[in-house]
Design a protein around this ligand. Structure first.
Ligand code: SF4
Length: 196
């Protein structure tokens, strides 16, 4: 897939495995087959929901989902962890912003396998662009989705670097390289719009 060539090469140089799919259905089928029979935790992610992957994994894997009664600790202790990103630079940096921070913690330590499912419009040309996207597009949309009392959720236009008690942006994690505290990291690129 030509549009992913640059980011795929750069991610691979940074130690990540990379797979590319034209549609969400193909990506979901690939991951369902790969993760069948395994114990999987995941972080909050509109992308994963829109992929339909979580519903499929409920039927063929042990899935620890905080939206279905599991604790964050159960998801954190699963051998496999699923996440998305808030921004991905074509130069290869993965960016996530979190509030509770269960999600960002699990992407950097303790799992045998971590998968990042990333749609094409999370891509930015460079680190600065990906960080801008994470702060000014992904985070305000997530704050709005979660009905937070923050200026970005009300106005929906940008990050105000607020001091609200309900601020959802409390940690920024940038993966420059595959963390050594994770066995294997795979970035699953999907050539469709998904999530925020
Ligand atoms: S820092 Fe505050 S204003 Fe900025 S995106 Fe996060 S919650 Fe919204």
């Amino acid at each position: 897939m030509e549009q992913f060539t640059k980011v795929k090469n750069n991610l691979e140089q940074r130690g990540f495995d990379v797979t590319c799919f034209a549609t969400r259905e193909e990506a979901a089928a690939y991951l369902t087959k790969k993760l069948a029979g395994k114990t999987v935790g995941h972080g909050g992610s509109v992308t994963l929901q829109e992929l339909g992957l979580l519903d499929k994994l409920k039927e063929c894997a042990t899935l620890y989902s905080h939206t279905a009664g599991a604790t964050f600790a159960q998801a954190a202790e699963a051998p496999v962890y699923l996440s998305s990103v808030n921004g991905l630079a074509e130069t290869g940096e993965l960016i996530n912003i979190d509030g509770t921070c269960n999600r960002v913690a699990s992407t950097v330590f303790g799992h045998e396998e971590v998968y990042f499912v990333v749609r094409r419009n999370k891509l930015a040309p460079d680190y600065e662009g990906a960080l801008w996207r994470a702060r000014n597009i992904a985070s305000p949309k997530n704050a709005h989705r979660l009905h937070k009392n923050t200026p970005c959720a009300v106005k929906g236009d940008k990050c105000y670097d607020c001091s609200s008690p309900e601020r959802i942006c409390r940690a920024l994690v940038v993966l420059w390289e595959k963390p050594t505290g994770v066995g294997r990291c795979e970035v699953v690129l999907v050539d469709q719009d998904l999530g925020y």
